[in-house]
Design a protein around this ligand. Sequence first.
Ligand SMILES: CC(C)(COP(=O)(O)OP(=O)(O)OC[C@H]1O[C@@H](n2cnc3c(N)ncnc32)[C@H](O)[C@@H]1OP(=O)(O)O)[C@@H](O)C(=O)NCCC(=O)NCCS
Length: 166
Amino acid sequence: MSNEAGKPVSGSSIEVTHLVLPPDTNALGTIFGGRIMEWADLAASIVAMRHTRQACVTASMDALHFIAPIHLGDIVVLKAAINYTHTTSLEIGVRVESENPKTGIRSHAASAYLTFVAIDAQGKPIPVPAIIAESEAEKRRLLEAQMRRQDRLTHRQGIQAARQQS
Ligand SMILES: CC(C)(COP(=O)(O)OP(=O)(O)OC[C@H]1O[C@@H](n2cnc3c(N)ncnc32)[C@H](O)[C@@H]1OP(=O)(O)O)[C@@H](O)C(=O)NCCC(=O)NCCS
């Protein structure tokens, strides 16, 4: 398939599994929020590089929500996939699930949206291939990501306008 037509979301989606060990936890025996951020950033960067086959940097991480604690000894599964691409940037959604190793029961523990930008050797943003959203879930995520991008731009423009007036 030509890159001009776009690449399917499924071509770069990944699932990464970790085991929560003592260095990953705080005094309460639950995982550090920062470790989840690190694992989410790493998973999303792999997705970004696989989709673009270019160097990509993290521009932002937003809507990071910790929904339930993850405990020492739990298995952590991160599912990462591209939601949306624009000219040089792409939004990647990461869903984090904790799995009880004894029961196999999984619960939704956290979610985040990360924006990556593809760059050339000089660090200048370069165009990224579009995505082809195939499943209903992918199409829904694409629409929601477009709304989030619009919200980010409106927010940024509002701040700039307020600064110019002050
Ligand atoms: C991300 C970066 C390359 C953007 O460069 P820039 O010259 O500011 O780029 P522009 O203003 O031309 O914007 C380029 C794209 O980035 C997006 N972007 C820039 N800042 C962003 C932010 N804070 N959040 C989300 N998207 C952002 C723009 O929307 C634009 O997307 P589009 O081309 O798809 O429309 C640059 O800010 C950078 O190098 N940041 C440091 C990255 C880094 O070190 N990350 C941590 C380690 S990987």
